[in-house]
Design a protein around this ligand. Structure first.
Ligand code: NDP
Length: 276
């Protein structure tokens, strides 16, 4: 019996218990997935320790505790170190390992967008935790020029500087209202602007959609609602769109694979999810 869970706050709308219930069913193994909705950082360290002491194999971590999970991990994977982000803690060889499965989720999801790399230019809106992971994935995907914009331009510069010396991609920080003289393959919204219940919001910098080439794409990490205002704006410009649902499922599948050594087929999983 596998014991897994999620630490974060708030967790009221978490889809993870449903995802893992389906993973366990498809794999034909027994397991439980518990939510630990905790209101303070001090309780994060206590809860994480207790969880491992009581026989949990692993625990996912979401906002606002990903930075704490990074420090809690006794050893980090290469990608967790590179992105400075941990969303999975698991026990292996007597050590608590920190992993970033969001990186795998986004990278795999990007591969499903055919013919994406034409101009090899991408743009990221937002400079928070997820943007750090998305940047690493875009660099590894082979984008040569990556524009970064955020309402706090200082944070965008900080983010760019973290990768500038360790990447073959060029990072260019721009103001949200700036025009660019390049055609982009894709723009990714890494902000919560437009997420339920604030569905009428657009992220500052959404105008970057105007610079996406014909046949290019818009990606929103948000999955509730399924079609954000940002994605509706992209559709108005005839762009291909993708929301954060597939990424969410794929990062959870990566967690499942790390813990159980079982790799499930995303197509089967998505079909099962549709029936639930
Ligand atoms: P953070 O809080 O770490 O960062 C959010 C960033 O968005 C900050 O740079 C913030 O700016 C900026 N921001 C907030 N509102 C606006 C706005 N109206 N216009 C422009 N910028 C804005 O959050 P995360 O990076 O962790 O998450 C971002 C989104 O991605 C969330 O909606 C989250 O649910 C989603 N997500 C989805 C995943 C998936 O699997 N699909 C995985 C991870 C995240 P400032 O610093 O100035 O406040």
């Amino acid at each position: 019996m596998y014991k897994l869970g999620l630490i974060g706050f708030p967790l009221t709308h978490s889809k993870s218990p449903l995802l893992f219930k389906i993973f366990f069913e498809i794999a034909g193994i027994s397991g439980e997935y518990r939510l630990f909705e905790i209101p303070s950082r001090r309780l994060f360290y206590w809860t994480a320790s207790e969880v491992f002491a009581s026989g949990f194999s692993g625990i996912n971590v979401t906002v606002p505790y990903k930075p704490d999970a990074f420090y809690f991990a006794e050893k980090k994977s290469d990608i967790a170190l590179r992105t400075q982000s941990v969303n999975l803690l698991y026990f292996k060889d007597s050590l608590i390992i920190g992993e970033n499965t969001d990186y795998f989720g986004f990278s795999e999801s990007l591969k499903t967008l055919d013919s994406l790399k034409i101009t090899k230019k991408a743009a990221v809106i937002g400079a928070g935790g997820s943007a750090r992971t998305i940047l690493a994935a875009l660099i590894d995907f082979g984008f040569e020029k990556i524009y970064i914009t955020a309402r706090s331009i200082k944070k965008a510069h900080l983010l760019a500087s973290q990768y500038a010396n360790h990447s073959s991609s060029e990072m260019i920080v721009i103001d949200p209202d700036d025009k660019i003289n390049s055609e982009l393959d894709i723009v990714i919204n890494c902000t919560p602007a437009g997420m339920f219940p604030d569905v009428d919001q657009l992220p500052q910098g959404f105008q970057l959609l105007n610079f996406v080439r014909k046949g290019g794409a818009a990606y929103d990490l948000i999955y509730n609602p399924q079609k954000t205002k940002f994605l509706k704006e992209a559709e108005k410009r005839s762009l291909r769109i993708k929301n954060g649902w597939e990424m969410l499922v794929l990062q959870a599948l990566k967690t499942f694979e790390i813990i159980t050594d079982i790799k499930l087929d995303i197509k089967i999983v998505l079909r099962e999810l549709e029936n639930n």
